[in-house]
Design a protein around this ligand. Sequence first.
Ligand code: IMP
Length: 498
Amino acid sequence: MEQRVTFEPSRSLMEFRLLPRLTTVDSTVDRICLDIPLVWAREGQRDIRLKIPLVAAAMQSVSGPAMGIELAKLGGVAFIYCSQAIDVQAEMIAKIKSHKAGFVKPLTVSPTTTVHQIEAIKQDKGFSTFPVVSEEKVFLGLITQRDYDAQAHGRLPVTDRMVPRDRLDVAVNVTDLKEAHARLVESHQSVLPIVDEADRLLFLVFRKDAQDQVSHPNEVVDDKKRLVAVAAINTHDYQERVPALVASEVDAVAVDSSDGHSVYQQETLQWIQANYPDLPVIGGNVITEDGFDFLVGAGAQAVKVGMGGGSICITQEQKGTGRGLATALMKVCEARDHYFQKTKRYIPIVADGGVTTSKDVVVALALGADYVMMGRYFARMEESPTEKVQINNHIMKPYWGEGAARARQWSGSRYYHAAFVEGVEGFVEYAGKLRDNLDEMLAKIKAAMSSCGCKTIQDLHERAQLELVTPYAIREGKVHDVFQPGSETVGNLGTWNR
Ligand code: IMP
């Protein structure tokens, strides 16, 4: 008879620590490579590789086009959420695909626009550089806030205050950022207008952006050097959603489901394989070996693992279903390894839900995950789609689950048919720009790998030694028994020395 009850406990990432191993000259921090495949690529499909093992969750409060663009530049990808109208999601994908790093499609003004109107646009949108173009889009000049005084020149047309085209260095049909950057280095301008052969304005390249962009070695790009864009889909409207996403040139799709071990997901995966064999597809979420075998059998090329661990998730409480992420990863990665031995197909595993800090990331990777999906972590960044708010002297950003009331009302939501909420709404502390935060996160991941003598994520899978820790060991590993003025961290006022 099939075993129905197990007394083997379900473990969380928080319960494990890595043991160090010999660090060699090969595994010093500067030599570590975090490169990992997004999916197992079928014959004829391009091998899309992430440069860092982190992806942003398919959630309304996390992954819009700004996150998609910035994270792809920095080596990961954001899964653009599907709890929205199909055409709007497709537009978001198109925006990521059409993003030309450093080449900005600017808001233009006509020659009759007044300085006063320019000021109003500036207040509203926050830009202060405006190209002036004719009705035929011919570039006439550039006006920035340095060129006028709002009080003195308010009524004048922009043509009276702009720097005209003949006094500007203008590039024709330049498409290479390095070339644009070189032009800017030689000119005295902070911005380079790019026009076509008929003098129609194409882009602006800003000196600051060009400097940033030239140093983006980790960009995840397609074979035309465009940023890679990934979209979430659901099991209800995929027959309309997938064609629209493909028309926007999406690079891969991920079936977004809290319980992927279902015939609905099987149908979705099979339909994609039959109708869009070139489109890589990620399945999930599952937490068992059977779930993994089922999804891979249906055509999943990477599998997302986790149920009930998300920071905003109440699935375990509402339904009693779920599994600690560490146990889920161990079980599913075992199935993945068996599958690899049998078929020589390596299916990447994505750890999803409840991964909070760099130490969780490292433990998830050491347990066999290839990359990690995070919601809360990315929701705190400038690039998430929400507005900052101030609460009790803290700058916060709202963060809510896809199963919370405000998200699941969307027909594209994975929770659309649910009769009850599976997620909550809350706030997370604003953390600033993604790239500043990511640098620190990656430095910690690399430092841990280096301590374990592992140069790659594959090494970590093969060689990492993990140990279960007791609550006492966890407590010992935190700050304890010292008083830190102003800190509210639990453990600061320990009881050991009383
Ligand atoms: P976090 O990184 O701990 O915040 O978890 C994010 C993950 O939680 C997502 O990638 C989803 O898998 C999952 N999730 C998103 N919304 C909900 C929800 O409303 N209920 C349960 N899980 C959710």
